[in-house]
Design a protein around this ligand. Structure first.
Ligand SMILES: NC(=O)c1ccc[n+]([C@@H]2O[C@H](COP(=O)([O-])OP(=O)(O)OC[C@H]3O[C@@H](n4cnc5c(N)ncnc54)[C@H](O)[C@@H]3O)[C@@H](O)[C@H]2O)c1
Length: 318
């Protein structure tokens, strides 16, 4: 099935990031949130991410020229001109943004081929959404969740065509992180998995080609199943006095090649989100995955990372 128009539910960090990637690739997108103001705010974020792409692309030739000069290559004016011309021109942000519509009603979703929901990480909220949207989508539409940890088989059972439900899991920020985990529900038809994998093949975000991997339904799929316990362990290292959090971040960046330390990552993702994922791992996989005390305390204090101005780090000082 050809996917030409995508509906996104939830215009937060993930919904707006996914919308940007899609419109950058020429896909028509309509985005819905709880009210039109929130949907508009999502569109403004999309504009910001597109501007980032515009600046990045515009600066590419100069960066390449400087890089070559650093290696001692002496380019003639003609070569510089040719090099500049060989780079892609920056995207036309205003033209692209026209591909993005906003709405506060599922009435506008009647012609979409694929929906990706990115609402709050709550099984009840997502089940209800899968049920409600059933009245509006056309029969062959694919209904996907961007959930990081919840049960897609349960969501699918609330949708009118459970065989068309699937997880399409982007990473944050979607416009820079190229991975998409594709996870079928127990009921999902194989043709839906194929359609989704084919849809993303050849698409790009602001930096790289999108890469899809397929996983079986299981808490955290592949990446978060490994990443979240790593953050838990980092917190335990600090709680037990081995080192402070800044030292752990330095250690993991310089010693393990991570682009961000576990505490920087925690603040970036949101400590509230991490807490919910850790709790859901504990419920499904056992007490080994229990959130450490510090994580619970930070959530209780409202110090949940960059979005609140404070988490492990104080972001207000920046
Ligand atoms: N933040 C991350 O690092 C990350 C990474 C991958 C996946 N996810 C997943 O993506 C989803 C969204 O996460 P986020 O970080 O974008 O959250 P967010 O809080 O930034 O955004 C959620 C948005 O959904 C809207 N919303 C809530 N209920 C709704 C409803 N019934 N109808 C329409 N809109 C509704 C909210 O108003 C909000 O704008 C979650 O399932 C989360 O687990 C998050």
């Amino acid at each position: 099935m050809e996917i030409k128009k995508v509906g996104i539910v939830g215009a937060g960090a993930m919904g707006s990031g996914i919308a940007e990637v899609l419109i950058l690739n020429g896909v028509q997108v309509i985005i819905k949130d709880q009210n039109i103001q929130l949907a508009e705010k999502g569109r403004e974020n999309v504009r910001k991410y597109l501007k980032e792409m515009e600046n990045y692309t515009r600066n590419l030739p100069e960066r390449e020229i400087k890089r070559m000069e650093r290696f001692g290559v002496d380019l003639s004016p003609d070569q510089v001109k040719k090099l500049r011309e060989s780079f892609p021109s920056p995207p036309d942000v205003e033209k692209l943004i026209e591909k993005l519509k906003v709405t506060d009603t599922f009435e506008d979703f009647r012609d979409v081929d694929l929906v990706i929901e990115a609402v709050f990480e709550d099984q009840g909220v997502k089940n209800k959404l899968f049920r409600e949207i059933s009245d509006f989508l056309k029969d062959n539409a694919i209904m996907a969740s961007n959930t990081s940890s919840l049960n897609i088989t349960e969501m699918a059972s609330h949708y009118k065509h459970p065989e068309k439900a699937i997880v399409i899991h982007f990473f944050n920020p979607a416009y820079l992180m190229p991975l998409v985990e594709v996870v079928p529900a127990l009921q999902t038809d194989e043709s839906v998995v194929t359609s989704v994998m084919e849809f993303f093949s050849g698409k790009r975000n602001n930096r790289e080609n999108i890469v899809t991997i397929r996983a079986r339904e299981s808490p955290g799929f592949v990446v978060n199943r490994i990443l979240i316990p790593m953050i838990t362990e980092a917190v335990k290292v600090v709680e037990s006095g081995v080192a402070d959090y800044r030292t752990v971040d330095i250690g993991m960046k310089k010693g393990a090649g991570m682009p961000m330390g576990p505490f920087e990552l925690a603040d970036y993702v949101g400590i509230d989100i991490l807490y919910h994922v850790m709790e859901s791992f504990r419920r499904d996989l056992g007490d080994f995955y229990m959130p450490p005390r510090t994580i619970k305390q930070l959530v209780d204090a409202g110090w949940i990372g960059m979005k609140s101005g404070k988490g492990f780090y104080d972001h207000r000082e920046k």
